[in-house]
Ligand binder design. Sequence first.
Ligand SMILES: NC(=O)c1ccc[n+]([C@@H]2O[C@H](COP(=O)([O-])OP(=O)(O)OC[C@H]3O[C@@H](n4cnc5c(N)ncnc54)[C@H](OP(=O)(O)O)[C@@H]3O)[C@@H](O)[C@H]2O)c1
Length: 353
Amino acid sequence: MNAPREPVPVALLGATGSVGQRFVRLLEGHPWFRPTSLGASPRSAGKRYGDAVRWSLDGAPPADVASMTLRRADEAFTEPLVLSALDADVAGPIEAACAAAGALVVTNARNHRMDAGVPLVVPEVNPDHLALLDGAARRIVANPNCATIGLVLALAPLHRAFGVRRVIVTSMQALSGAGLVGGEGLRLDDTLVPFIGGEEDKLVNEPRKILGAREGEAILPASIEVSPTCVRVPVSDGHTLSVSVELARPAGADDVRAAWDDFRAPEEVRGLPSAPARPLVVLDDADAPQPAAHRDLGAGMTASVGRLRPCGVLDWKFVTLSHNTVRGAAGGALLAAELAVARGLLRGAVDAG
Ligand SMILES: NC(=O)c1ccc[n+]([C@@H]2O[C@H](COP(=O)([O-])OP(=O)(O)OC[C@H]3O[C@@H](n4cnc5c(N)ncnc54)[C@H](OP(=O)(O)O)[C@@H]3O)[C@@H](O)[C@H]2O)c1
């Protein structure tokens, strides 16, 4: 593993939001990265982080971050690494400008995910896609959608072993996935919402790119058809997915189970600071996985899968769960950033001011 000699200065954009707060928490004591600039909207710029943020995690923000003054996210930043948790309405051009100035940008926003030159990375699944950045003038690494990540962690071992052809998935997505809408957060009382704008297209397209094969500087999308329905449910954190799959080659329950049990991160990912011991665990309880009980496995970085049973329409069906703001956002992005840094993708040309 190629750890940086000194902590890498990081500009954290969107630091006040749901994902930004997770980043702040996960960067506390991080062995490689140190937040040195925080960016948010013009509404927050000029304020102390501790005064501007509506802190929604346990405890209080770390004192050193709380005392930092927020800057406008569209200012020029000199840090060699930019972590973005910006609202997608503004993320695209801001991230492109940071990358054009020489920074390595790792983003949670959707804007650049499907760009041809942008690797869409789940480090345990497709670390080879980072090679798209070799020699690239602009370096953006995208973290997939928070529901996509859980789906891909469960599908990747099956796709490798048997090929996945078709998927029917219904997501039950947590409230924190909606962000801190207007600073108040979304609340659902005795109801759910069977619509999340723009989400279903991501579940169709992103797994095809992530599970696709790299051919030189291009990704050949996997030919997997996904039929998603996305539902917002009254759960604080953790996206649960009900999944049916059709496989290209026949597999029994023991084969499916063994593919999941054997799934491990590649060597270069295993030693990274944010890598969990296991990216995916199989739970045997008949009523598992459940968000409150299982979202924090592996400090929120381990996805869980259970309820494997035959599907009367496709081949197999199961339930999978992952923490949407940790594995599905800030934690997953940190792991991707660590992998990119370990691969030497930071540019020395940027003056870390
Ligand atoms: N929540 C999840 O589970 C999740 C998972 C994966 C990916 N994502 C993606 O990650 C990004 C952040 O999501 P979130 O849930 O954290 O959203 P959020 O809670 O609404 O936070 C949005 C952030 O963007 C900033 N912002 C808003 N308008 C801005 C503007 N005009 N200029 C500069 N900054 C602006 C906000 O700053 P102020 O506080 O100053 O308004 C805040 O820091 C989104 O692109 C989202 O799609 C979210």
